[in-house]
Design a protein around this ligand. Structure first.
Ligand code: SF4
Length: 433
């Protein structure tokens, strides 16, 4: 049984109740979303968690933080710290993208300690395992791949990125497209290398039903990877991207037919004026399945500031239908993120998610925002700090103020507009009474 099959049979699970309560939605809303696929609750039945977030239409926007070692830098403690800081500042999910000789150890420890959903990209482990046998991804067999996803499912992974839409046809479109930047997806590039060498259709597409059978057994949500996502501004929304999305739409229906919950992954690099269009195309071609976007980054020049470029795109995306934002850190395109980069990345994506939820009239966002507005009017610094996106940083800035305990701040001092108007309005009110 998966959350989807339970919903279709009319069973109400504890996870559905938890999600409904968190979203302040009635249970029917969650159940109906699970039935028609517009909502999923990534939750592997092998693992207990503290939070059972649902992702999808009509729900608050969720944020994911990618962590994990690289072959150049492997440190379990550091990855656990990245996980903890991500959750502290509001990430709803963690993806472990580890490479290197501690893949299993890091995954198992993250799964043990994470109170939120955890995702992986199993082809990374496959690629690494083959490399230590002095082989390459081109030597991958479907048996190896199925064993890898089953092992990760048994470990308790809640959702897995599977690039089953990287096929001969989507690759053909990419080759003919004359892209500025060919393929930037690690998994996508691995599958293209396999297909080019073996001159066959992708095994992930060909054996998709077998993959789904394993995912259904453990209720692992499939996150349909976007191996053809544009990695450059000028490649956005090209034929390769759309061809893959058409395939992902077909694969979404096949997964639902087997009871598997689905998330569809999306770009990438997208011009500001095409973000809304991209959300609409995905919802149309993938039948309303939850959309999970990486950023999107709205230009190619933001190295060192890509978390900001990603938050700009993420806010527009979430306002127009994206359900799940994958954060981008300031280290994007440059190096493996540090703990501080991870924190900055999550906060930037949370700002994007919050801004979209606020504009979309989400109750939680309106309430939190109003608390800040009231505190600002009352020059109530404790509550301004408490309800801000990063109270620690707000407190630090306030404490560094030369004014100290005064009710205004060093921006305007005695010329504080808020204080002046409060006094004027108070005087007028006093006079009237
Ligand atoms: S001093 Fe200026 S910036 Fe500071 S609270 Fe007053 S109006 Fe706002």
């Amino acid at each position: 049984m998966t959350q989807r099959t339970d919903a279709l049979k009319g069973n109400i699970t504890n996870e559905m109740k938890w999600a409904a309560n968190f979203e302040t939605r009635n249970i029917e809303f969650i159940v109906n979303g699970l039935k028609n696929g517009t909502i999923c609750i990534p939750h592997n039945k092998m693992r207990k968690k503290q939070y059972y977030y649902a992702i999808g239409a009509g729900l608050s926007t969720k944020v994911n933080a990618n962590i994990g070692s690289s072959p150049y830098h492997i440190n379990l403690d550091e990855e656990i710290k990245k996980m903890k800081v991500s959750i502290e500042v509001g990430a709803h999910s963690i993806m472990d993208l580890s490479l290197g000789n501690q893949i299993k150890t890091i995954r198992k420890e993250i799964l043990k300690q994470s109170p939120v959903m955890v995702g992986t990209v199993p082809i990374y482990e496959m690629g690494y395992n083959l490399s230590i046998k002095k082989k390459d991804i081109i030597d991958m067999t479907i048996k190896d791949y199925l064993e890898t996803i089953e092992e990760q499912a048994k470990d308790g992974v809640d959702f897995m990125t599977i690039h089953a839409g990287v096929t001969q046809s989507s690759f053909e479109k990419m080759k003919n497209e004359g892209r500025k930047l060919n393929i930037v997806s690690r998994g996508g590039s691995m599958l293209v290398a396999w297909m080019q060498h073996n001159l066959k259709e992708s095994p992930l597409y060909e054996y998709y039903d077998e993959i789904l059978d394993i995912l259904a057994e453990y209720d692992v949500t499939i996150s349909l990877g976007d191996g053809m996502r544009p990695g450059a501004f000028e490649d956005a929304t090209d034929r390769a991207q759309i061809e893959e999305l058409i395939i992902l739409g077909e694969l979404t229906e096949r997964a639902w037919d087997k009871g598997v919950q689905v998330i569809v992954e999306g770009p990438g690099h997208v011009p500001l004026n095409k973000v809304k269009l991209n959300m609409e195309i995905e919802k149309e071609l993938c039948h309303g399945a939850p959309f999970y976007v990486l950023g999107p980054l709205v230009n190619d020049i933001s190295a060192g500031y890509d978390h900001i470029a990603g938050a700009i795109g993420g806010a527009i995306a979430a306002y127009n239908g994206a359900d799940f934002l994958c954060y981008v850190t300031p280290a994007e395109h440059l190096r493996l993120p540090t703990i501080d980069d991870v924190k900055e990345g999550v906060i930037a994506s949370k700002l994007a998610a919050f801004s979209a939820d606020l504009a979309n009239g989400m109750d939680y966002a309106i309430k939190q925002n109003r608390k800040i507005t009231e505190a600002r009017r009352n020059l109530d610094w404790d509550n301004q700090i408490k309800y801000s996106i990063n109270p620690e940083k707000a407190k630090k800035y306030r404490s560094e103020s030369e004014i100290g305990q005064d009710d205004v701040c060093t921006m305007c001092g005695e010329f504080c507009a808020v204080k002046r108007l409060n006094d004027i309005i108070k005087d007028k009110t006093d006079g009237q009474v």
